[in-house]
Design a protein around this ligand. Structure first.
Ligand code: ZN
Ligand code: ZN
Length: 366
């Protein structure tokens, strides 16, 4: 290899993408360099492009979940089983770095995803620190970043068909404590919602009902095992949507509601869909999209509801979600969620298609 420059896409400010050649990264002590195979485009990238996430150190190289080939390393790199990762291996990586393991959040609360030092590739990693995003021909792996070899039988397209929605959906289902025989409502049919629908079934849910849009995403939900789907563009009245859930649950509501829609109004609506003593996980409000009114008596207290937020994911979620993918890919065929692939020069097009929901999952293939 050893080219002097590589091409990368920089988001220099909200609304601005620039493609340019930069010096090829070299591994720091304990670090590595990947030749990018592909990287995902997700709703977060659209939020970044619109400047809706606080604290983003533009310019950044977008693309937080990626697959690459290990082409250079400095020192020994091993997986969690202690096996050395060889040059040429096909890997992804846990996209979070900087979690300190020393602060109050890390040590006392044990809430690592809320560590104030935490940085995420492609989102809160400044380009001044290196090519720390997948919309580039190479990705620099900083010392301490955990590489994860793709399991035998899992191709880059399989893993990226799940994308960041794979560990996020896994985390949300784990947090919801889905039990055997549960009826689960998933609000939102994007990658997080679709993966939550998958993992709810794998956790023993009897039935999964998906409330979302547009049709292509709801068709994917059905293919992935949803018993029934409701198109919010065809049923704009929230009360009618709540009725739809109650009609399918003997009037009682769902055992579990997972909100993965991004619309704040989905939260009180989801609580209306929840049975007494049910569990609701809010994972879709990644940006601040505004306030909504709740009725604390009806929605929470009298309902005896458990309401939980779910922020990011930890290494354990990525690792276990990937192992589950290896075991269950024949059933769920994640790669079919990839609707389109784009070259580096088409990154803006990919963002627009994602924004207009004309794709389920989009990949950048440098
Ligand atoms: Zn910390
Ligand atoms: Zn993402």
């Amino acid at each position: 290899m050893s080219r002097d420059t590589v091409e990368a896409v920089f988001m220099t400010a909200p609304g601005r993408l620039e493609r340019r050649g930069v010096p090829a990264p070299r591994p720091r002590e304990g670090g590595a360099v990947l030749k990018t195979v592909a990287s995902e485009v997700c709703g977060t990238d659209v939020h970044l492009f619109h400047g809706r996430l606080p604290g983003v150190p533009y310019p950044i190289v977008p693309g937080h979940v990626s697959v690459g080939r290990l082409v250079e390393k400095s020192g020994r790199l091993a997986d969690v089983e202690g096996r050395e990762i060889q040059i040429g291996a096909l890997v992804t990586f846990y996209d979070v770095y900087g979690t300190c393991g020393a602060c109050w959040h890390c040590l006392v609360a044990k809430a690592g995803t809320r560590c104030p030092h935490r940085r995420v590739y492609g989102i809160t990693a400044p380009a001044s620190d290196g090519i720390l995003g997948g919309w580039a021909e190479s990705i620099e792996i900083l010392p301490g970043v955990r590489l994860v070899p793709l399991p035998e039988g899992v191709a880059p397209e399989d893993f990226l068909g799940g994308g960041c929605g794979l560990p996020t959906g896994f985390h949300a289902v784990e947090r919801a404590g889905v039990r055997m025989g549960d009826t689960v409502v998933v609000q939102g049919s994007g990658p997080v919602g679709l993966n939550a629908a998958i993992f709810a079934q794998l956790s023993g849910a009897l039935r999964v009902l998906v409330v979302g849009a547009p049709k292509a995403r709801l068709d994917a939900a059905r293919r992935l095992g949803a018993e029934d789907v409701l198109d919010v563009s065809e049923v704009p009245d929230p009360a009618a949507r709540v009725r739809w859930v109650r009609e399918r649950t003997s009037g009682r509501g769902a055992d579990v509601v997972i909100e993965a829609s991004g619309n704040p109004r989905a939260v009180p609506e989801g609580l209306e869909m929840l049975r007494d003593d049910g569990r609701c996980v809010v994972v879709g409000q990644y940006t601040d999209a505004g306030d909504v009114a709740l009725n604390p008596h009806r929605h929470v207290n009298r309902r005896h509801a458990t309401v939980l937020g779910c922020w990011g994911y930890e290494f354990t979620h990525l690792h276990r979600a990937l192992e589950m993918m290896r075991r269950h890919d024949a059933r769920f065929r994640w790669r079919e969620l990839v609707t389109r692939e784009y070259a580096l020069g088409e990154a803006e097009r990919a963002l627009r298609d994602m924004e207009h929901l004309s794709v389920v999952k989009a990949l950048i293939r440098p």
